[in-house]
Design a protein. Structure first.
Length: 518
């Protein structure tokens, strides 16, 4: 009987299997505990001190192709492994190594800025405060619009958004199209590609205007001057581009040669953005910094550190007071340009942040990440309040609709609202009696068109899709398939007529509402 029991035990394998599972679970739990404790280790951020610490523990100070951020991660891993082997109490071991560092950091760390930066901060404050005041005043007025009127506008706008369809596709360059951006007057599309070129196209015909060849490596970011194609002279700065050759270039619309080349970054430039005033440009780079440049003097005003890994995205708030940066460390930061301080930390994604965008309302931010989600952050509560499972792969770009630059006469609803001679009240009812003090139908058409700004946004994903979302309840409005495996960029024209996407297969696509005349 005992022999039978022994044979059964061997053949069944349940006991051995459960023991193996227990050991495997223990290994996994120990590894999770090690990673948890590793996050609390006090490890220097200065690369020279990281190398010195690696030398202390007998490890190579650098590996082939290793970046500063990777070196710091390796140090954290090695220290956590040593501490795990020595027991829980040993987790404080690196405090000894950080004690010398803490002695050196008795004083508050800061880098003294230039007089030009001080003057720029003053000008930024003078520019942004009245704009913020005006925005808040307008939002108070908008809050008094009757709910029925808001619902009517929302239904009309979203009906047009849901009618977006593919107009066609155009080969944009010899290599992937990294970014697409409409000009402020919605008549020109700028495309940046990995070939190093920036190309300008007439829209919606997609006929080429010119090619701006100044970069020697992949173009990652393209941005228009806020007044380009509107009031800005064509011979002045109308466009900025940033590339993997670590330089930014300022372009006019009259020359094939750049007006200026801005150098200072030590690695690839991923994204660029124009300040709403048009006087400054921000650039995000793989050298773990973002920088602020003076357009008029081509001078670097600010080198801002704060990310532990590469900075991939950057965007300005419409008021001009804040700038947001997102990095491959999965962290986003909001900076106050007037003081240089961090206004908010966007900590919640589990993968790199590839795109970051301010909502036109001034207090909400959208971030797109390698974890396939879009997070919506509220600066008033200093936290994320909504997470959208947006794409099946990386979220590469996010763009809110803005109607600031285009006259309301180009909106689809203009003709409908101005066709009647009678005025239309804000509650949607017609007033047959002429009232001198009541807004005209023309003014109300403008009011409706401006209300569109920030009402929806577009996202691009590496799943080959462009998606349109409402910006009040964050629901999906429309999914647009493209002919590329990866959609690398997306943009919405400010006249609400067009959407463009740039793809990895060298094409860009144009989309428009089916029943909207172009």
């Amino acid at each position: 009987m005992s022999e039978l029991t022994f044979e059964t035990l061997i053949d069944d394998g349940n006991y051995l299997g459960s023991e193996r599972a227990r050991l495997e679970n223990k290994v996994l739990l120990d590894e999770l505990e090690r990673k948890k404790k590793a996050r609390s280790l006090a490890v220097p951020t200065d690369d020279n001190k990281v190398k010195a610490r690696l030398r202390e523990i007998g490890e190579p100070i650098t590996l082939f192709g290793e970046r500063a951020a990777d070196r710091r991660d390796r140090l954290i891993y090695l220290l956590s492994q040593r501490n795990a082997a020595r027991g829980d109490d040993a987790m404080l071991v690196d405090e000894e190594s950080s004690s010398d560092e803490s002695e050196d950091e008795v004083e508050e760390f800061y880098t003294e800025g230039s007089l030009e930066l001080l003057e720029a901060r003053r000008r930024l404050a003078e520019y942004s405060l009245p704009r913020a005041q005006k925005r808040v005043a307008q939002q108070r007025i908008d809050s008094k619009i009757p709910l029925g009127r808001i619902i009517d506008i929302r239904k009309k706008v979203f009906a047009e958004v849901k009618a977006f369809a593919n107009l066609g596709s155009q080969i944009g360059d010899e290599r992937p199209i990294s970014q697409v951006r409409f000009s402020p007057n919605s008549q020109i599309l700028a495309t940046g590609s990995w070939s190093g070129n920036v190309r300008l196209w007439n829209v919606p015909s997609c006929t080429p205007i010119k090619t701006l060849s100044g970069h020697t490596d992949r173009v990652g970011g393209v941005a228009w001057h806020p007044e380009a194609t509107l009031t800005q002279s064509e011979s002045a700065v109308n466009l900025v581009s940033g590339a993997a050759d670590s330089s930014l270039q300022l372009w006019s619309l009259t020359s094939d040669q750049p007006l200026a080349t801005l150098k200072g970054h030590q690695d690839r430039i991923c994204r660029v953005a124009f300040h709403p005033s048009g006087n400054y440009v921000a650039s995000a780079s793989f050298d773990t910094t973002w920088r602020l440049w003076d357009v008029n003097t081509s001078q670097e005003l600010l080198l801002q550190e704060g990310h532990s890994k590469e900075v991939y995205s950057v965007d300005f708030q419409d008021d001009g007071a804040l700038v947001a940066s997102g990095g491959l460390d999965a962290i986003g930061r909001v900076w106050d340009l007037r003081t240089g301080r961090t206004a908010m930390v966007l900590d919640g994604h589990v993968q790199a942040i590839f795109t970051i965008a301010f909502s036109p309302n001034g207090y909400q931010i959208a971030t797109g990440s390698g974890d396939d989600t879009i997070r919506i952050w509220d600066m008033r509560s200093l936290k994320a309040f909504y997470t959208i499972p947006a794409h099946l792969s990386n979220v590469a770009d996010i763009r809110f609709f803005r109607s600031d630059h285009i006259p309301f006469t180009s909106s689809a609803s203009y003709a409908a609202l101005t066709a009647k001679d009678t005025d239309v009240d804000m509650d949607g009812s017609a007033d047959k009696d002429e009232k001198p003090t009541s807004p005209s139908a023309l003014e109300k058409a403008e009011q409706e068109y401006k209300y569109r700004s920030g009402l929806y946004f577009a996202s691009a994903g590496y799943d080959g899709l462009v998606k349109l979302w409402s910006a009040d309840d964050w629901q999906l409005l429309r999914t647009l398939p493209t002919d590329g495996g990866k959609v690398m960029s997306v943009d919405l024209s400010s006249d609400a007529k067009l959407l463009a996407s740039g793809t990895y297969n060298r094409n860009f696509q144009m989309f428009a509402p089916e029943d909207l005349p172009l």
